[in-house]
Design a protein around this ligand. Structure first.
Ligand SMILES: [Zn+2]
Length: 89
């Protein structure tokens, strides 16, 4: 079982969280001409990376906040977590 360190609540079981997808996807700018391919990439197309990946998770059975988790998709090791509005560095 995974344990995720919620930046708001502390260490909790993965069962309290819901996976929210790739956290590295950027929405196209507002009021800008966007091609169908750019929308497809934003809405549907995802890389299936093996290794370190930045993900969104929601602490659904806790504070209900969205957080970012840096996790290895092969080993499930979690390197760090931080608030959704914090920038990944
Ligand atoms: Zn929490």
């Amino acid at each position: 079982m995974l344990y995720i360190n919620c930046p708001h609540c502390g260490m909790r079981s993965q069962n309290e969280f819901s996976y929210g997808g790739d956290a590295s996807v950027k929405r196209p700018e507002l009021n800008k001409e966007v091609s169908d391919q750019e929308w497809d990439n934003f809405v549907y197309n995802r890389k299936s990376l093996r290794g370190k990946h930045l993900e969104l998770w929601q602490h659904i059975s806790g504070c209900r906040q969205w957080i970012k988790v840096e996790r290895d998709t092969a080993t499930h090791e979690i390197f760090r977590t931080f608030k959704a509005d914090e920038e990944f560095a």
